[in-house]
Each structure stands twice: as structure tokens, then as C-alpha cells.
Design a protein around this ligand. Structure first.
Ligand SMILES: *[C@@H]1O[C@H](CO)[C@@H](O)[C@H](O)[C@H]1NC(C)=O
Ligand SMILES: *[C@@H]1O[C@H](CO)[C@@H](O)[C@H](O)[C@H]1NC(C)=O
Ligand SMILES: *[C@@H]1O[C@H](CO)[C@@H](O)[C@H](O)[C@H]1NC(C)=O
Length: 686
């Protein structure tokens, strides 16, 4: 601009040379002045950051963290050197210092305003921080919002009554009573899913229990959790002799016991390994056993102590008399979900598990023509094991004898063979091929299932009393763990998926997840809260989970029952997951996941005519306070979802530092939203 106007002005001047020299001088001076001002500004900015780092005592970290939710920093393009190695954790912490303190500088002075109906309650002795509310955040950030996400609250959601603080909408026995459902208790139908009809949905936010705290971080959480988070003491008193759980001060402690392994699950697991011929007790058999199904799992101590062997267990139990066992398991950070062997197929494809386990799980396998054992048979891969610990295996009473006889007849007819037996425990093995089935006498029960039935369809289908036949893909072709994670699944062909497609998917998710992880680190999530329980709400081939292999996390891979059943590939890769329809509530307790990843979930739910509001409320129920929600979807859908953040009390966490990096799975107008659920408490009414 200067260059254009200067010649005009100079034209009328008498002494062009002198004027020119003066102008040059002024320009240089101005530039120098500006530069020095800038440098002073930046150095003081930096100093004041340092001051905060060192000046403020121990509560500082807590407050920085509080602030971290509003960190909306400069764009961070995807760098080449993103590393997810362990040393990165320290880097993350360092990043936290810089970014969050930076934020404190920018935050408006706290005023004593409180939100109408609630207040943040994360840090009781820090009253300044808790007065922070939406309006301030919005006014502080809105000018920077160039992405077009309009955070105007279209709808506020009321807070549910605190008696719903543990609500699981599709597994709610009080609703069953209210609706007078006729459910057969001897078939466990009352522990199966029965979702509320639309008019019975509670369209409100589930509050945490009083004094809820940020959960203990993994790995400490394996052994202890906050009592206030799950205020149920039944297991501690009722199972005290079996060491499931003990109370100590404000913690619940898990000594690692179970009904059949009072002395700890680790010794029991080593013994199972020895029974299978591993002198060192390595139950994984050098990577051949990776996916385990533990039914009637209690607080999932069995699953917890399999983890050091690189074995991952899907632990399953209903919300029965053993109050909140799955809630404890998830609070501990152990993979598990609610479910029961009743009348419906479990939501997993056939040939998913390398080993199934039931120790004193109180399931009458030999009854009802073996229907429940036949369901386990469906879930076991060819050559898979079933480990059963029961008094019937050794006790000499008449009823135990009879149960044992019926059980052995049943498994013989199912072509299982005894791999080992010792004391209370027997391990059977499912056949590798269909040879034995073909040699059975005509009319032998149970019969083979019709081959037109899809053995992998498992959503809302009843179990049947028949043996799932083995198909031509049944040869034991899986690589051992960890090779099977990246090896193309032998069932790719069944799904008509090219190996190339699979490899691209693996690569793309590696890149995407590195980016997410970097964001979680930068924003302090990993350093501060820990990230342990993750759900990939649309797992597809399991690429998201595979990319997190080196992290100390586990992923519940969710696949829709209405698309290609890629969940079998997920299991073939040595990962775990479940079928689920996101028009309904998930089979888990409130506040059980640290991260929810929703890739194209909203647009699919919307296409199917279900409500995205319901989905948001369900996600809010499932995610822990301070947990992260990552939504990756069409831009228009992400913008729509963005309008609900405030009503949900989620902080928009990633506003303008997220750059979509186009890749082979991008579909043009894609956008990412990262939000974080706040920790709040309902305000008591006086
Ligand atoms: C529940 O199911 C069992 C087994 O099928 C059956 O014998 C019983 O009559 C059923 N009970 C009711 C109340 O329907
Ligand atoms: C544990 O609970 C069951 C079921 O409520 C009850 O029958 C049993 O007596 C209890 N045992 C102990 C030791 O409290
Ligand atoms: C989202 O984008 C995909 C790919 O372009 C498209 O198939 C789908 O219909 C879109 N969904 C919505 C809700 O716009």
C-alpha cells in the first residue's frame, strides 16, 4: 500500500530526495519499533507462563487441567514425526503445561456467576474455578470460531432424577415391571435386552452419584476404585470369604479373588496354562490363545489377570444379585459388558473366541437340551477351548454325578474332546473339522443347524438347539498374536473385501489415530485423567483399535448389525467387540468409557430415521465425566451436533486446531469434532 501511494504524494514535493530519505528513515524506525514491541510482548507472555508453572503450589495442576478444557490453540498441522511411543507421555505433560497455562492467561477474570441448574464440582476447594460457566466460555471463544459451528443452545436437556444415576435403559428391570412385561425368569429373560418404547425414554442427562470423582487411573484401577463412584457394598460383604472385593477407607479394593480362585486369579490362570501343556503356565500358548470369553465373570478379575499374558477377554455378566459387578469391572478398566445366556444369541459372530471360561458361573449347561453350551460352541473358533470349573467335575454327591454324566454325554455328542481335567476344572476342545459331525449316528442330538442360517447374525435372534456347522473357511488359519492383528483375516473373502482395501484401512487409521492421540496428549487428557476404556462406535475392520495396540488401553469395537458383519474380522485380528444398533442404548452402565469415537455414526443413525438427540444423550450416559467424544462425520452433521454441545454440558475441545487431513477414506466434506463432558452435580433443591 505504501508503495502505491508514496509516488503520488511525492510528485508535488519540492525536494524529492530529502523527502524520500526521510520516509525511508521513518519506515525503518517504525519497523524496528514494531519488532521490539513484539519481542517485548512475547517475552513477557512467556515469562508470565513460567511464573504460573512455578508459582502456584500443588493445586495448580488441577486448575490447569480445569482450564485445559478450553484450550483452543493454533492450528497444528499433521507433522511427520508424530510419535506414539511411551516417551511421548512426558512430552504430553510438557505440552500440557505450555498450552493450558497459556489458556489461563487468556481466560476472562472469573466472576461469581453460577449456572442456573448445576455447577461444576470437580474441585471443591477451588471455588474460583467452579464458577466458570458456559456463557463465559462462549464469549471467550466465539470470536475465534471460524469453522461455523454455532454453539447456540437449541435445546437444553434436563437432569434426570438422581435415582436414575445407574440407569441402563435396555436392561432396566423396574421398567419391565412398569410395563408388565411377561418374562420367564428361569430362562433369564429379565436379564436380556428390552428397550423402552419411545414414549418411555427418559430424555434427560444422567447425573453422577454424590461425591463422584475422576476414576482412579489404570493400572492402579485394576486393584482399587473410588467407593463413591459405585456406592454398592454387597459384593464386599456377601463375597468377603472369596476375596472379590474389600472396602478400605474411601476405596473398594480388589484382591483378585473369585468364587473358584480365592487365592488370586493369576495362580488359577497359570494352572489352566499348565493343564494345556505349557510348563511355564503361559495360557496364551505363545500367542495362539488371544480372545477369551468369560461368562459369569464377577468383577472380571479373571480378565484382569489375563492381560499380562497379552490375552484379551470379553467378560460378560448380567446385572443380577451380584450387584453392579460389570460396573466395577469397567471402573477398574477391564474389558466387559452386560449380557446373559438366556434365550437370544449373544451379540458376537461365530468363531470369535479362542477360549471360553466359566468358573462356578451357575449356568446349567446340561439343561434345555444344551442350548446354552451350543451358543458357546457357536462362539468358539474351531479347535477352541471351553474351561469349566464346577463342583460337578469332582464331587461325589448324586446330583453332581448326574450333572457330570449329562454334561459329558452332551459334549461328546457335540464332538468336543477332553483336553485336560484336574480337580474342579475340565477343559474341552471344539473340533477343528466337521469329520466327527459326519460320523455321528443319524438322529443324534443335538442336530446340525441348517446351513442356510447365517451363523454370524447375532442381533435379536433366538438361540437354537443345534450345532453351528463348520464351513470351508474353518481351517485353523489364523496367525498367532500379534501377527494376526495386521494379517488379512481369512474371512475377508466371505465379506467380499479385497486385501488391498483392508491394508489401506489399516494404514489410514494408523494416521488418523496418531492425530487423535496427539490431540489427547496436547490437551492433557492422557497425562491427567488417563485414557483406558475406549469405544469405537463404528469399528468397521477394527483399524482404529489396531492403531492403538501400543497404548495401555482397550477398545470395545462396535459394528452395526445392519451393515456387512465386519465384526468377525475384528475378532480374527485378535480384538474384541460387539454388534450394536445405535438407535438403542448400549449394554453398559453410565460413566464407563473414557473415549467414544463416532465415525459416520450420526449420519447412519439419521439415515435410519432414528434421533441424533437420543444418540447424544446415550453417549453422554456412557462417557465418563471428563471423557472425550470424537465425532467424525459429514460437515453438515457435525455442525448439527455442535449445536447440542452446550445443552449436553460438553466443552467444545478442538475447535480450531483440527485440520482434516484428506486420506483414502475421506468423503469430501468430512469434519471432526472433539468434545469433553464436564463433571457436574445436580444442584440440591432445598
Ligand atoms: C419358562 O420356561 C421354561 C422352560 O422353557 C418352561 O418350562 C416354563 O413353563 C416357563 N415359565 C413360564 C412362566 O412361562
Ligand atoms: C449372599 O447373597 C445371597 C443372595 O442374596 C444370599 O443367599 C447369601 O446368604 C449371602 N451370603 C452372605 C455370606 O451374605
Ligand atoms: C455423508 O456423506 C456420505 C459420503 O459422501 C454420503 O453417502 C452420506 O449420504 C452423507 N450423509 C449425510 C447425512 O449427509
Amino acid at each position: 500500500m505504501l508503495g502505491k501511494t508514496t509516488p503520488n504524494r511525492m510528485r508535488g514535493s519540492r525536494n524529492n530526495d530529502a523527502v524520500h530519505k526521510r520516509r525511508v528513515f521513518v519506515t525503518v524506525c517504525a519497523t524496528v519499533l514494531m519488532l521490539s514491541l513484539l519481542s517485548i510482548y512475547y517475552s513477557s507472555f512467556f515469562n508470565s507462563r513460567m511464573h504460573h508453572v512455578h508459582g502456584d503450589g500443588s493445586s495448580e495442576e488441577e486448575r490447569e487441567w480445569e482450564g485445559a478444557s478450553k484450550v483452543v490453540r493454533r492450528p497444528k498441522p499433521l507433522a511427520d514425526d508424530l510419535s506414539m511411543d511411551d516417551t511421548g507421555a512426558d512430552k504430553g505433560e510438557a505440552d500440557l503445561d505450555v498450552d493450558t497455562i497459556n489458556l489461563k492467561e487468556e481466560r476472562p477474570d472469573e466472576t461469581k456467576r453460577k449456572a442456573d441448574k448445576y455447577e461444576a464440582d470437580d474441585d471443591k476447594d477451588d471455588s474460583d474455578e467452579r464458577t466458570d460457566n458456559d456463557d463465559q466460555d462462549a464469549s471467550a471463544e466465539d470470536p475465534k470460531d471460524e469453522e461455523g459451528i454455532d454453539e447456540v443452545t437449541l435445546k437444553t436437556f434436563p437432569v434426570c432424577d438422581s435415582r436414575y444415576s445407574e440407569l441402563i435403559p435396555c436392561l432396566d428391570q423396574s421398567l419391565q415391571k412398569q410395563l408388565k412385561m411377561r418374562l420367564n425368569h428361569s430362562l433369564m429373560e429379565h436379564f436380556e435386552r428390552h428397550c423402552p418404547p419411545p414414549q418411555q425414554r427418559l430424555n434427560c442427562l444422567i447425573p453422577p452419584p454424590p461425591n463422584y470423582q475422576v476414576p482412579v487411573k489404570w493400572p492402579e484401577s485394576r486393584d482399587e476404585v473410588w467407593q463413591a463412584n459405585i456406592p454398592h457394598t454387597f459384593l464386599a460383604t456377601n463375597k468377603s470369604d472369596q476375596h472379590w472385593m474389600e472396602l478400605q477407607g474411601d476405596k473398594a479394593i480388589f484382591p483378585g479373588g473369585g468364587t473358584h480362585f480365592h487365592d488370586g486369579a493369576d495362580k488359577y490362570i497359570a494352572n489352566l496354562g499348565k493343564m494345556l501343556g505349557e510348563a511355564d503356565g503361559d495360557l496364551s500358548k505363545a500367542g495362539k490363545i488371544r480372545t477369551v470369553f468369560d461368562v459369569g465373570c464377577g468383577v472380571a478379575s479373571f480378565g484382569a489377570f489375563l492381560l499380562p499374558l497379552d490375552i484379551i477377554a470379553m467378560s460378560l455378566a448380567p446385572n443380577d444379585v451380584h450387584q453392579n459387578q460389570i460396573q466395577f469391572a469397567l471402573e477398574r478398566g477391564i474389558p466387559s459388558m452386560l449380557g446373559v445366556l438366556g434365550t437370544m444369541r449373544l451379540p458376537y459372530p461365530s468363531k470369535s473366541f479362542d477360549l471360553a471360561h466359566c468358573s462356578r458361573c451357575r449356568i446349567d449347561w446340561h439343561k434345555r437340551d444344551g442350548i446354552l453350551l451350543l451358543e458357546v460352541d457357536r462362539l468358539l473358533r474351531p479347535g477352541g477351548y471351553f474351561a469349566w470349573s464346577s463342583p460337578a467335575a469332582y464331587r461325589e454327591t448324586e446330583s453332581d454325578r448326574q450333572e457330570w454324566n449329562e454334561m459329558t454325554t452332551l459334549v461328546r455328542n457335540m464332538c468336543w474332546t477332553e483336553a485336560a481335567k484336574e480337580g474342579q476344572t475340565v477343559i474341552w476342545q471344539k473340533p477343528l473339522t466337521s469329520e466327527c459331525y459326519e460320523e455321528r449316528l443319524p438322529g443324534t442330538h443335538p442336530p446340525l443347524c441348517s446351513s442356510v442360517e447365517d451363523p454370524d447374525a447375532a442381533w435379536g435372534l433366538p438361540m437354537k438347539t443345534c450345532i453351528t456347522p463348520l464351513t470351508k473357511y474353518n481351517e485353523d488359519s489364523l496367525e498367532p498374536w500379534p501377527q494376526r492383528l495386521t494379517a488379512p483375516s481369512p474371512r475377508l473373502q466371505e465379506l467380499g473385501i479385497a486385501e488391498r482395501t483392508f491394508e489401506t484401512d489399516t494404514f489410514v487409521w494408523q494416521q488418523r489415530v496418531q492425530y487423535y492421540w496427539k490431540q489427547l496428549k496436547i490437551n492433557g487428557q492422557i497425562a491427567h485423567n488417563g485414557v483406558r476404556n475406549i469405544m469405537d462406535m463404528n469399528a468397521n475392520f477394527g483399524g482404529f483399535a489396531a492403531a492403538l495396540k501400543e497404548q495401555d488401553v482397550w477398545i470395545m469395537n462396535v459394528v452395526s448389525p445392519y451393515g456387512p458383519n465386519t465384526l468377525k474380522m475384528v475378532y480374527d485380528r485378535g480384538l474384541i467387540g460387539t454388534l450394536h444398533d445405535w438407535c438403542e442404548a448400549f449394554s453398559t452402565y453410565p460413566r464407563t468409557y473414557d473415549v467414544l469415537h463416532a465415525w459416520d455414526v450420526f449420519s447412519k443413525v439419521d439415515e435410519r430415521g432414528c434421533s441424533i438427540e437420543d444418540l447424544l444423550l446415550e453417549m453422554d450416559r456412557v462417557v465418563r465425566p471428563w471423557g472425550i467424544i470424537i465425532i467424525r462425520d459429514n460437515a453438515s452433521m457435525v455442525n448439527r451436533v455442535g449445536k447440542y454441545l452446550k445443552g449436553l454440558r460438553w466443552d467444545h475441545w478442538s475447535k480450531d486446531d483440527f485440520e482434516i487431513v484428506e486420506d483414502a477414506l475421506s468423503h469430501g466434506d468430512e469434519k471432526i469434532l472433539m468434545a469433553r463432558k464436564r463433571l457436574w452435580q445436580p444442584v440440591e433443591s432445598f
